[in-house]
Structure formats: C-alpha cells, structure tokens
Design a protein around this ligand. Structure first.
Ligand code: ZN
Length: 492
C-alpha cells in the first residue's frame, strides 16, 4: 500500500536493475527462502518455551541476510537501548549518549563486536564502566573491551557520540532512509530498512529486538516525539527533555524520533490504549479528523487478530511530503501527502503492522512479506468491513503489478519493496484462506500473532504453523503462490 504512494510520487521504474550502497541483492532465482539457517536469535521453539538463542559462529561479523548485507552483528544480542539525543532544528548535527545492555551470543568469550553507526563519530565507549578500544569504519564501530564478553552475561555499553547523521538513499526508489529534514527546519527519522544507524549506534537488524527509552534534549520551544509512552517533559537549563519509553521489544527500523513544531494531542483510545498524536500546528481539523478512524481500526484488528500488542498508540504527521507511510512502533508516521478524500489512506495498513511486522517481526529481510502482505491483507479486511467492496474485489487491480514478474519470496522483491510483497502476498493469503476455510485461516492468523509476539520469525515458521493449524496443502500453496513468479488468478 505505501508502495502505491512511492510509485505515484516517484515514478516507479521497472525493477531488476538497481542496488546500491549496502544493498546486496541476490539476482534472479525465484525459488528463494526455504529456510535452512534460521539465523541468530530466531525462535522456532514452542510458544511457551523462552527462545534459547543458538551460539553463533564467532567469525560472522554481520548478520547473514540475503537482501541487505552488512547489517548488525549476530554475535551480540541487545536487550535495551537508553538513548539521549541532543538535537536542534536547523542544525544538521546530533550529539548523544547511547546506553546499551547486551550479551554475547557466542559459545566462547567474545573479544570484540560491532555496532552500526553512519555519520556521527563515537568519542568514548565504556564497557561495564571501563574504557574500550574503538575503531571506526564508514558505517560501523568495532568495539574491543578490556576483557572479552562472557557469553550470555548482561553487559553495559555506553557510547558517547556526535556528528552529522548520514542518511542513506533507498536503492532504486530514492526514498531517504534515516535522519532527515522536514520542510520547516525540524528533523525526523524514517529508518526502514537501514536508517537507524544514521542517528544512534545500533545492532541494526530486525533479528535483534530490544526495549528502548529515547530522551530528546531540545531547545525549550521545540517538541520532541518518539515511540511509546511520554514519561516526562522536563525543563532543564533553558532546554527541554522529552523522555519516551517503549517497553515492548522493538526492531531498530521501527524506532522513530522527530523534533520540531508539533501539537501533542493526548487522549484515551480504544482497547485501553493511551493515544498520542503529533500533528504540525497548522494541520487542518479535517486532516486531524482523519485519525479518528484509529479507534475503530484498533478494535476491528483486535477482534480479528487478537488484542492490540501495546498500551500506547497514536500517529505522527511530519511536515513534508513523504511518498510513503511507515509503521513506526505505536506511532505510525505520515507525511503531509497522507490524506486523500478525507482519509489518512494508509492508516489501517500501518496500524495492522503493529501486529504483523512490529510485534511479530521478520528474522531476515527476505521475510518482508510477513510484514507487507499481512498488512495489505488486513487493510482489505478493514475496507471490506467498511463497505468498500469484498476482499476479492479489493484484491483486483490494486497496487503496483510486479513489473518484473517477481515471486513473493524472491529476495529481489523484498529488496525493492515490490508489489509482489504487498498485493502479491496478500492475494496469496487469500488463496490460502479459500483452501483452509475461514475458521482455520483466522485461527492461523491469531496463533501466528499470539505465539510469536515479541519475536523475530521466518517464512518457514509460518509454513510450519499453517501445516499445523489448517488442512491446506501448504507446500503446494507456497510453491504456487509464494515461489511462483506468475501465480494464478484468484477464483471469482
Ligand atoms: Zn507496510
């Protein structure tokens, strides 16, 4: 869905060519993703057993990922980020302190590890209070503590850093990724897929989820917004400190910050949530009114998929044309171009991601359809409930056809956020529903969420659950609808 806007705004070209920078896209095979290596920190265990991460190969310094290489470090698992960020409108510079709690995932003591950081430089790193050696590369820090990290033991890492954030441009679509300006001198982040490292040192891969507290230190007249719950807004020495806390595990591409001129509209919301909207002061009452739909959408998805996975909800609207919307955790992100015919047109899609993508996250970027196909399908369900047509009708002719004829699971489709992982995978889910029957299909969606919330999962995990919950021929379905670049039409 958001891809529609990207396509409309940017003139989507034919896929197949571009990769740049950090994107290592594998080429043309369409058989991708039978998962043999579930990767680090990936849970394939039964629901109630806490995931026991397998010890990781100590020679791997980046998370193995077919779609976006060079990200993260599988030898560590970060549990918590406490980030304090000093930023000002009009000044392209941040200064910060990031306090991480992390543990080595290796079998043996770990002599050094890396964090992603692009732009700002680390000026000091303390590991358990002791000075560590740091070597800086273009897009990561290598940290060597005075003693190796003991496997599994919680370690404190404190990084002081400052400098000019270096956003990345998304291959082919020219979507700016990371720290970026709005049109009024403020700043905000759109991190998916690899932008978080432009403003914070981070293990930047969705296989490593963590809780986050983000403190924005701004001039007194400026508002700082982030994910989760606003814990405090203190005036300190002529400035203001905005403390935002996310207590549900979050993938780093879902972290959000904005500083600038915002009205914070706080109220109770549906499903027991506390809602905070961040609106540009001159956003019209009609445009603000579009977000009243948040409550019925939260209730509809809670009824359909299981209880909303957080206590906090809302949205943020930034004062620039984004060309897409983004499911930033608890507080999805929209631009000034988000409104169409009285609607914030991607709202249901981004809210659906709070279940599929945010609570249940992809363990590797090639599993992106677990986000986008599900959110697209959820949006069709919501629209159907609003009398906008049946899911079958809505699935027709919507969205960017996959010009390159890519299969849903083709890594190239994930690398380019192709229509195949949006509408293509949503049609695949509908085909599964037709074969499994409504009862089993919706049971599958609910179990997928209930069993895996807080974790990172793979396509193979989904197929295994589908085999368990439904009578469908799941392997034939996956071959025909997920691995096939030319899937059939849905029956009338
Ligand atoms: Zn989406």
């Amino acid at each position: 869905m958001a891809l529609l806007a990207v396509a409309a705004t940017l003139g989507l070209a034919a896929p197949g060519c571009a990769t740049s920078g950090r994107a290592a896209t594998s080429t043309t095979t369409t058989t991708a993703t039978t998962v043999t290596d579930p990767g680090p920190r990936t849970s394939t265990t039964e629901p109630d057993a806490p995931a026991e991460p397998d010890a990781v190969d100590p020679s791997l310094t980046d998370v193995p990922d077919e779609v976006f290489a060079g990200l993260g470090d599988p030898r560590i698992d970060v549990a918590d980020y406490q980030v304090r960020l000093h930023a000002e409108p009009g000044r392209d510079e941040v200064a910060g302190t990031a306090r991480l709690r992390l543990a080595a995932t290796t079998a043996d003591p770990l002599p050094s590890f890396t964090l992603d950081l692009r732009g700002p430089r680390a000026t000091q790193v303390l590991v358990d209070g002791r000075r560590a050696k740091v070597s800086t590369e273009a897009d990561e820090l290598e940290i060597t503590p005075s003693a190796p990290l003991e496997p599994g033991e919680s370690t404190s890492v404190v990084i002081t850093y400052a400098g000019e954030p270096e956003p990345a441009s998304f291959p082919r679509l020219e979507v700016p990724v990371g720290w970026q300006p709005d049109d009024r001198g403020g700043w905000f982040t759109m991190n998916e897929p690899f932008g978080a490292s432009s403003w914070v040192p981070v293990n930047d891969h969705p296989s490593d989820k963590a809780t986050w507290t983000i403190t924005l230190d701004t001039p007194a007249s400026v508002t700082g917004v982030a994910n989760g719950r606003l814990r405090s807004r203190q005036a300190v020495a002529g400035r203001r400190r905005w403390v935002w806390e996310t207590d549900q595990p979050m993938a780093s591409y879902l972290a959000f910050v904005a500083i600038g001129d915002y009205d914070l509209v706080e109220r109770g919301g549906a499903e027991g949530t506390e809602v905070v909207f961040a609106f540009p002061p001159d956003l019209s009452p009609d445009e603000r009114g579009a977000f009243d739909q948040l409550d019925p959408i939260l209730s509809f998805f809670s009824d359909t998929f299981g209880p909303y996975p957080d206590d906090d909800a809302g949205a943020a609207v930034v004062d620039t044309s984004l060309g897409l919307a983004m499911e930033t955790q608890t507080r999805p992100l929209f631009g000034s171009d988000a409104f169409r015919g009285g609607d914030a047109w991607a709202l249901a899609h981004e809210v659906a991601h709070q279940w599929y993508g945010n609570a249940v996250s992809p363990a590797r970027w090639q599993d992106l359809w677990l986000n986008e196909s599900f959110a697209t399908y959820a949006d069709w369900l919501w629209r159907e409930s609003q009398g906008e047509g049946s899911v079958r009708e809505l699935s027709d002719g919507r969205g960017v056809p996959s010009a390159g004829g890519l299969a849903v699971l083709d890594p190239e489709a994930a690398a380019t956020f192709d229509g195949a992982v949006y509408e293509g995978g949503a049609r695949a889910l509908h085909a599964l529903r037709l074969e499994a029957g409504d009862d089993d299909f919706f049971e599958l969606l609910r179990r997928w969420f209930a069993d895996n919330r807080g974790r990172s999962v793979t396509t193979e995990d989904f197929l295994a659950l589908a085999r368990k919950v439904t009578d469908a021929d799941v392997d034939a379905w996956a071959d025909e609808w997920l691995r096939n670049p030319d899937p059939p039409e849905l029956p009338r």
